[in-house]
Ligand binder design. Structure first.
Ligand code: AMP
Ligand code: GLY
Length: 443
């Protein structure tokens, strides 16, 4: 690993101490990729998980404890902090670190409203003509209800109710019937199941088509698109059952062809970054557009202000370029000077989940078979909800437990490689989808 210019650079600059914030599969993938950088001498992860702890030093500070993280970064003279999850970003971790002269990667508090407030995000899209579903905003449940009933009758289809603020991925309800819509509005606005995140709701047209995720680095001026990917949100094969945090991903998503990609860059990503700039907000970091594609036309379902999970576990294994170079160029505003080179391979990530997930799930089950899979050029197992005992044994410790990522010369080969690796792993009541990547074969 490591190109010639990088190795030269290594001789002339001091190597970095890096802190990764978060504890999921996405953060394990980041740690794995960062550890390949010749520009880095030491990596910490706060709080990390069982698998990350096998690779780097985990620090017992929660990802939302901004003050604790800042103190740690100052004490250890951390050169670069990289934030995985949205909550610390929305709470302003970037602003706090920058005030303390600490280098940190991600959008600041104002820019993070793009994910932290769906009302902010939808109003921005409307103002700058970024294609998205038709919507209305409500601050009062009675008005929302009197709007939704005729709407459902008129459309004879579904309608989508969304809490304005962060709701751990649970704030969106696709409603087919009047009862479902009323239930969603009352539980979000009156019963306040997501607290203040439900003070306002969006009621939005239900879009049909195929979902894809487009992630890009941006320094507020330049944009470097990452390869397209597709998540699998439902728990069961064939996109059945309740929504989850994501049961697997593949990259590239064939529906995003060479014609579509420049349209997405120009009409969605660039318009958003430039719209934000006109509002006085410079966006630096990863911008993630969740899109619905129908008849070759993309519309935005949501923006996230961070790497996707599990998309990252299918994207990073395909990237040749040193991620630290991309991150530093983003922070320093010279992303135009770095190329993002890709391996000419596809990647599939299959998530292994605990029995009961996404409802109440079991924890503390011994995971067998991990040692039989040696991380290789083609396979890497990313840990999400795991815990390492002093004996070295790894136990399940969350809903989504592992993400098995595999490269292949095409999606078919990557699928075969991923499921072959999965066959070595087991824990009591382990569950996973058997159809990750199948949609790409159809496309
Ligand atoms: P969001 O947090 O807004 O992305 O929504 C989470 C998920 O809800 C998306 O990934 C979609 O599967 C679904 N969703 C959100 N908005 C819509 C919409 N307008 N039409 C159809 N599905 C949607
Ligand atoms: N894969 C969905 C997300 O990261 O929000």
């Amino acid at each position: 690993m490591g190109s010639k210019p990088l190795n030269e650079a290594r001789k002339t600059i001091s190597l970095m101490k890096v802190l990764v914030v978060g504890q999921g599969g996405r953060e394990h993938a980041l740690v794995w990729k960062i550890s390949q950088s010749p520009l880095v001498k030491k990596i910490y992860c706060a709080p990390g998980n069982g698998g990350i702890g096998k690779q780097v030093e985990c620090i017992n500070i929660k990802s939302e404890d901004i003050e604790g993280l800042k103190k740690f970064a100052l004490k250890e003279k951390i050169d670069l902090t990289i934030v995985g999850p949205e909550t610390p970003l929305v709470k302003g971790i970037i602003d706090e670190f920058e005030k303390a002269n600490l280098k940190i990667f991600g959008p600041n508090k104002k820019a993070s409203q793009l994910e932290g407030s769906k009302v902010f995000s939808k109003n921005l899209m409307k103002k700058y003509e970024i294609p998205t579903a038709e919507f209305e905003v409500f601050e009062n449940s009675k008005k929302a209800i009197s709007y939704v009933i005729p709407c459902l009758e008129r459309k004879k289809g579904s309608i989508v109710v969304k809490a304005d603020g962060l709701a751990a991925g649970k704030g969106v309800v696709v409603c087919k019937t009047e009862d479902e819509a009323l239930d969603a509005i009352v539980s979000i606005m009156d019963d306040k199941i997501f607290g203040d995140a439900g003070k306002k709701v969006i009621i939005e047209e239900c879009l049909e088509g195929e979902e894809v995720s487009i992630l890009a680095f941006t320094d507020g001026e330049h944009i470097k698109l990452l390869p397209s990917s597709q998540d699998h949100k439902r728990i069961y094969d064939g996109d059945k059952g309740p929504n989850t945090g994501g049961m697997g991903a593949y990259s590239p998503a064939p529906i995003v062809n060479e014609n579509l990609l420049p349209i997405i860059e120009k009409n969605i990503i660039r318009r958003t970054i430039e719209g934000l700039k006109k509002e006085g907000i410079v966006y630096k970091g990863i911008i993630y557009a969740g899109l619905m594609i129908k008849d070759g036309k993309p519309k935005v379902l949501e923006f996230n202000v961070r790497f996707g999970d599990p998309e990252t576990q299918a994207i990073l294994p395909r990237i040749e370029t040193d991620i630290i170079q991309l991150i530093m160029a983003t922070i320093d505003g010279n992303l135009n000077n770095v190329d993002c080179n890709l391996k000419n391979e596809s990647c599939v990530c299959v998530v292994l989940a605990s029995g009961g997930y996404p409802g109440n799930y079991q924890k503390g089950k011994v995971i067998n078979g991990l040692d039989e899979i040696k991380d290789s050029e083609n396979i890497v197992v990313f840990h999400a909800g795991t815990k390492k005992l002093e004996s070295g044994e790894i136990l399940t410790d969350g809903g989504r437990v592992l993400g098995v990522s595999a490269l292949g010369k095409n999606i078919k080969e990557a699928i075969d490689n991923a499921y072959e690796a999965v066959s070595y792993i087991n824990f009591e009541n382990m569950s996973y989808r058997k159809d990750i990547g199948k949609k790409a074969l159809k496309d």
